[in-house]
Design a protein around this ligand. Sequence first.
Ligand code: SAM
Ligand code: SF4
Length: 337
Amino acid sequence: MQPGASLQDRFGRSISYLRVSVTEHCNFRCEYCSPAGGTPYFEGDEHLTSGEQQRILGLFARMGLQHVRFTGGEPLIHPRILDLVSHAAHLKVGKISISTNGILLEKLAQPLQKAGLNNLNISIDTLKPEVFRQVTRGGDLARVLRGIEAAKAAGIRRIKINTVLLRDVNGDDLEELAIFALDLGLDIRFIETMPLGQSGEESVGSRFLPAHEARKTLERHFGSLIPVASSRDNGPAMLYRVPGSGSSGRVGFITPLSENFCSSCNRVRLTSSGRLVYCLGSEDGMDLRRLLRNGDITDGQLIDAIQQGVWHEKPERHEFLENPARSSKIFMMRLGG
Ligand code: SAM
Ligand code: SF4
């Protein structure tokens, strides 16, 4: 293994983005993501220690990691989340992100910013407190809104709102959500629901709201949205400016189902139990925890194993719809949605 070696797959894609699910547990139980009773117990799912997580981050940094996202489950319930962010900053990973439901942000926004966080996605599906409570199975919208204010006040460089499109939850409120984000100068990205796991499967069907329909609804209100030249930084989102809004915020759509974007995929995932997963469409992957605990394996050997795994195993595209048997077994909170 040469210093500075990169991570490539056999379809010509460079992998420079690692999503780390730091825990599969969560303090919300969103209907489309979590079982009603919360995260089940998975036999044999022992967690990585934070030392092991830091070692893996170091390996990826040596392979040209440009972006790490801590997610879950809810990453802000992890007791060492600040250490993980600091470690990524120490490794000089340029973009350090968190996806959060925002409920603990009021307290943590400032320490996270100080630790080096520069990119934050906050999930919010509705601005109606009762509907919010229902879809998250108990979440307190007012507290999340205070968390967003705290993140802005802390000066975290890029803050985005993520909204899962669900006809019955927000089909009639898309303009309200867009105005909310734009007034704060934030991007809002509308995400098509994915049929992953039982909760995801139950949330497609009649609840599914395709992004093209959401866009038409917004255009009826705002006029034609103005496409923004795509940048690799936007990931799979198609972004638009809202005419006349005067806001620096933009509206985006993420369409894993209606428009496949796998050809530009630049990411792999690490579960909290140390499985390196090559695609959100399958829980298959490499048991890095077992390798790490295999006595005196060197960093060079680990890097070789990761490079081989990505090259041979990363699939060309997800098969959410073509392979429902596989999709139904996926547990989003473990894979880090
Ligand atoms: N708890 C954090 C949060 O809610 O942002 C991070 C983990 S959550 C799994 C990451 C993202 O996945 C959230 O924006 C959530 O809305 C989205 N998500 C969860 N289940 C989904 C599904 N079935 N389809 C599409 N997006 C989903
Ligand atoms: Fe928790 Fe996020 Fe899943 Fe909601 S979407 S249950 S907040 S992990």
